[in-house]
Design a protein around this ligand. Structure first.
Ligand SMILES: [Cu+2]
Length: 130
């Protein structure tokens, strides 16, 4: 009889312990989501420029979904990361983690930086991380 009573008491204690553990995990997730964010920016590339769905994002992971609506191939480069050459009517995704607020230049790298390059022709801009 006494052993049965101990078991009945032990079972709810296990449930409480499990609930407390879950509570800690949930709290940790909530804290994490307030310090980091994930943003998707839609980018259209064309001769010769880019259109972005937003000019800024919060710090954290930013995924640029770059669609080439032009005729020739283009790239999208920002913060040292670059898409492969994107052919017309196709899309490439570039995920970049920004840890600091600031202004980040972006550009198309086709043709280089100089005269005749796509960036010089207008395929460049500045994205803000806040
Ligand atoms: Cu280009």
């Amino acid at each position: 009889m006494r052993a049965v009573n101990v078991r009945l008491l032990a079972a709810p204690a296990t449930v409480v312990a499990a609930a407390l553990t879950l509570g800690v995990v949930a709290a940790a997730r909530t804290a994490h989501s307030t310090t980091a964010s994930a943003t998707t920016i839609h980018v259209k590339a064309f001769e010769f420029g880019f259109t972005l769905s937003a000019k800024s994002a919060r710090r954290g992971k930013v995924t640029f979904v770059v669609k080439n609506i032009g005729l020739g191939g283009h790239t999208f480069e920002i913060n040292g990361k670059r898409t492969p050459l994107i052919q017309k009517s196709t899309t490439a995704k570039l995920t970049v983690t920004f840890t600091k607020a600031g202004k980040y230049p972006y550009r198309c790298t086709v043709g280089g930086n100089g005269i005749g390059g796509h960036a010089a022709a207008g395929m460049k801009g500045v994205f803000t991380i806040r």
